[in-house]
Design a protein around this ligand. Structure first.
Ligand SMILES: [Zn+2]
Length: 465
């Protein structure tokens, strides 16, 4: 009898164990250990946390114990001693301009644009140039933990192609501007190119194709109206520089009798698909307009400082809960694509200008680089935080380097002392694109060789008439 009892207990135990095991769901990747900074609505921080990923999505976030009880995966990444963050979102770039990094510094926007950038672009920008510059920019961004970027340039179809091949996410806008440029000679050509581009990339898992009218002072009202119409028809986002300098405000006021944001609102151009870069010179009434119309804003503190464009009213934007993200702008006016520097600068710049050390705190700066940046790009439903159901865009960051030691507060450590070089592993759309500081889809040696060859070409082109 006693023997039978033991047998019965053993049998029940076996059944119990099997049920538990059978309940474990198979996933494709588990990132386990480390502190998970979720950036969800309650800003949950999970010590010894874990993230379960299946295909392109996050299926669960919790403690390592919880996740390991529920899920099994052949592939795991040990994040012990590290911080697991949502991939950073760079809301404003001109990625191929990486090849113009350092070409002309210490000038104001108009002189910089008309004497150097526009001539250099006219003589050098080809599809091959754009591909080489995009690869360089992508490698730099992925190394620094950026997983999504919002771009505006020429040959944007080639940029989309390179971006997709590198496994990076992008909101990519083909530039429309009222003068002849490298890829399109007329507005009609630019609009035809753009429509074809939008059709080709719609529904892509990584690329959101967009339309990018350069600015209200370089694109006529008639052409802006046509762009708005195309965006209404296709649902494509519209990326535009707005109120970058005082000169622009004077120019637009003279031409249209209204300040840039007021003018764009008056012609019905702004809505919840618009992404406005800079917005340095905006009144409180204009900020209210942006908020009411659902416009996303890209704040580029380093570019604005370098070109002495001014200081965007970011504390006032945050007070209105505007969707404002951070951007580097092109590498020619920054001179890098480093979102860690942008966070650090954003947090400090507004303190200096306002004389108030409490404005734009570290947590707000980190939020602008993640979930608020996602809102600026109108993508907050799929990216910007580590939450079940969102796309798996994640960076794993070393947290035990000298510059981070000792550590007291997570947001302070991330914004004020962590560097791009502390990023170890990057996952985009569920796919690992950098593992232990090694890029898996981009060849850095080839990229550097190509970029240096273009440097020689660019220098020669500027010295010849
Ligand atoms: Zn720009």
């Amino acid at each position: 009898m006693e023997k039978l009892k033991i047998l019965l207990v053993a049998f029940l135990l076996l059944i119990f164990q099997q049920t538990i095991f059978a309940q474990k769901k198979a996933v494709d990747l588990i990132v386990s250990g480390g502190t998970v900074v979720t950036m969800d609505a309650s800003k949950r921080l999970i010590e010894n946390g874990a993230v379960a990923i299946a295909k392109d999505k996050i299926v669960a976030v919790g403690t390592s114990a919880e996740i390991n009880r529920q899920f099994v995966s052949k592939q795991t990444i040990n994040a012990n001693g590290k911080v697991v963050i949502p991939g950073l979102i760079n809301t404003h770039t001109h990625v191929p301009m990486s090849l113009f990094r350092g070409i002309a510094d210490d000038l104001d926007l108009q002189e910089w644009l008309t004497k150097y950038i526009f001539p250099a672009e006219a003589k050098n920008v080809t599809e091959a140039f754009v591909r080489a510059g995009t690869q360089l920019g992508l490698a730099e961004m992925i190394r620094g933990g950026t997983t999504t970027y919002c771009d505006m340039y020429y040959f944007e179809d080639a940029i989309a192609d390179e971006t997709f091949k590198a496994g990076m996410r992008g909101v990519l806008g083909e530039t429309v501007i009222d003068f002849e440029v490298a890829d399109n000679k007329t507005n009609a050509e630019a609009m035809a190119y753009t429509e074809k581009f939008l059709n080709k990339w719609k529904n892509n898992s990584l690329i959101v194709p967009a339309i990018a009218p350069h600015a209200p002072y370089t694109v006529s009202t008639e052409h802006l109206n046509a762009i708005k119409k195309l965006s209404d028809k296709t649902g494509a986002p519209v990326v535009i520089h707005v109120a970058e300098t005082q000169t622009e405000v004077d120019d637009i006021s003279k031409r249209y009798g209204a300040r840039p944001v007021e003018y764009l609102a008056r012609i019905g151009f702004l809505n919840n698909r618009t992404i406005a870069a800079h917005v340095v010179w905006a009144t409180n009434a204009e900020l209210d307009l942006l908020k009411n119309l659902g416009v996303g804003v890209a704040h580029n503190p380093q570019s604005n400082m370098k070109l002495a464009s001014g200081v965007a009213p970011v504390p006032q934007m945050l007070a209105r809960d505007l969707p404002v993200g951070l951007g580097t702008d092109g590498a020619a006016s920054n001179n890098d694509l480093n979102m860690w520097e942008e966070m650090d600068t954003a947090a400090k710049l507004h303190k200096v200008v306002s004389g108030d050390p409490k404005v734009v705190n570290a947590e707000q700066a980190f939020e602008m680089a993640t979930i608020r940046g996602a809102r600026a790009l109108h993508l907050e439903k799929i990216i910007g935080s580590i939450e079940a159901g969102k796309r798996a865009d994640i960076a794993i960051v070393d947290f035990e380097n000298l510059n981070q030691t000792p550590f007291y507060n997570i947001y302070s450590a991330l914004v004020y002392s962590t560097k791009a070089s502390d990023v170890r592993t990057v996952i985009i759309n569920g796919k690992t694109v950098m593992r232990d500081k090694r890029l898996l889809y981009l060849d850095e040696n080839v990229i550097k060789k190509n970029a240096n060859a273009y440097r020689t070409k660019i220098i020669n082109s500027l010295s010849s008439k």
